[in-house]
Design a protein around this ligand. Structure first.
Ligand SMILES: CC(=O)N[C@@H](CCC[C@H](N)C(=O)O)C(=O)O
Length: 381
């Protein structure tokens, strides 16, 4: 058994950005090394050096169940003032992946001491917030041969859902996303002589404002989409007109068709802005992006039925516009993603995000119970 709260706090103190999760990787390996190794095989992979895979060999295996936990943090400067706050300046676990890893370790620790009937694979996955670590691993054929997974599970923590409550739905849970970057090039000049310059603060601001009309006027009101520009950089000083602007954002929709249409309209608006403001506008659209998270109908129905009778609080939920590269994995491997309530705190991705640790033990217990039930039930039923 591991001390869930201490483990979560240790991980919370060492947040690292996507693909740089080296300290986290070493910490996880050290915790895993302290578990009984009888049925365990630990594997690292070249394509994703900070990832860790753990295989637990079942006693009478007829299938392999997978559990994934993401490892990366965000460039958000934590302001919780918790005694175990981030020790890495400007980076924090503002999305709660420290909890995700801790729950995975809790489940892993149980099955390392109680041999499961079927095989289990734990995937500690780097790069969920960007760079799609799940896709990198899947496309590199990591889940083949002995590492093939028949069904896959994973959670995301959710503020404003009571701590320890589990929530999910059949079908689409999270949106598909795509990152966008837009660079504007005009002409710098003196603040007093705008006629001799070409101000990219004005052009980029007009573009950001017009972007919102895409969601309002090009996507059906009965569907949903989001375009958010989270980063807007321009200029150097108050009295110099900015000759360039750089925007970074993300777009979201529930279907690949809506996402493709958002991309097309963004390109069209950018061409319009380039003409009206007589500047150069370069749009970079992420190819592929994150797939919507779509929960398998049969597996998720069984998950819901189990959770409704298990000693855990369960709620059905509606889809939301968060993204998750678990969507790519679920596109290839059937399974279920679910929310874990972490109580009354500020939203995900905020500097004051402070999830309730009372969520940890119920999540571990629920998943140990569910995976055991799934093994008794047999494959694909
Ligand atoms: C759960 C969560 O917050 N996930 C992130 C995933 C980011 C997806 C991608 N890099 C993008 O921003 O388009 C989210 O922001 O929803």
């Amino acid at each position: 058994m591991i001390d869930l709260i201490q483990t979560r706090r240790d991980l919370h103190q060492i947040p690292e950005l996507a693909l740089n999760e080296t300290e986290t990787h070493d910490y996880l390996l050290q915790v895993i090394a302290q578990l009984p190794q009888t049925w365990l095989t630990v594997r690292t992979i070249k394509v994703l050096p900070t990832a860790i895979l753990v295989h637990i060999t079942g006693s009478q295996p007829t299938q392999t169940l997978g559990y994934r936990a993401d490892m990366d943090a965000l460039p958000v400067d934590e302001t919780t003032e918790l005694p175990f706050s981030s020790t890495h300046a400007g980076i924090s676990h503002a999305c709660g992946h420290d909890l995700h890893m801790t729950v995975a370790l809790g489940i892993l620790a149980h099955f390392a001491t109680h041999q499961p009937k079927d095989n289990l694979i734990f995937f500690f996955q780097p790069a969920e917030e960007s760079h799609s670590g799940g896709k990198i691993a899947y496309d590199a054929d990591v889940f083949t041969g002995d590492w093939h997974i028949d069904e896959l599970y994973g959670l995301h923590d959710r503020p404003n859902l009571p701590a320890g409550t589990i929530a999910t739905r059949i079908g689409t849970l999270f949106a598909g996303t795509s990152e966008i970057t837009i660079d504007f090039t005009g002409r710098t000049g003196h603040a007093a002589f705008p006629q001799a310059a070409n101000d990219m603060v004005v052009a980029a601001s007009a573009f950001v404002t017009q972007l919102q009309s895409i969601v309002a006027r090009n996507i059906a009101p009965t569907a949903s989409a989001v375009i958010t520009i989270g980063k807007f950089e321009a200029g150097t000083i108050r009295n110099v007109i900015a000759g360039a602007a750089h925007l970074e954002g993300t777009l979201r929709g529930f279907t690949q068709e809506d996402i493709a249409y958002l991309k097309q309209r963004i390109q069209e608006l950018a061409s319009g802005i380039a003409k009206s403001y007589n500047c150069d506008v370069h749009v970079t659209l992420e190819q592929g992006g994150y797939y919507p998270v779509v929960n398998d109908a049969a597996i998720t129905q069984d998950f819901i039925t189990y959770m409704q009778t298990a000693p855990v609080d369960f709620e059905r939920t509606e889809p939301v516009m968060t993204g998750e590269d678990f969507g790519y994995l679920l596109h290839h491997i059937p399974g279920t993603m679910f929310w874990l309530g972490v109580g009354d705190t500020t939203e995900l991705h905020t500097s004051t995000f402070n999830p309730d640790e009372h969520a940890l033990q119920p999540a571990v217990n629920a998943m140990i119970g569910y995976l055991t039930h799934r093994m008794q039930k047999g494959s694909r039923s």
